[in-house]
Design a protein. Structure first.
Length: 50
């Protein structure tokens, strides 16, 4: 699964681009238990504090 996602999305680390007119949609992909919900919560808190 990791290899397929990496092939589709690319392997380069890039800054998260937070431009655009709200609402902005981000895709979080990963296996069960990989931390998607936790990451979404941390991202929401980070964006609120900005």
């Amino acid at each position: 699964v990791h290899d397929e996602l990496t092939e589709m999305m690319g392997s380069a680390n890039q800054q998260l681009e937070m431009t655009g007119k709200p609402p902005v949609v981000y895709l979080l992909a990963g296996l069960q238990g990989a931390g998607k919900t936790t990451t979404a919560g941390k991202l929401a808190k980070y964006l609120q504090e900005r």
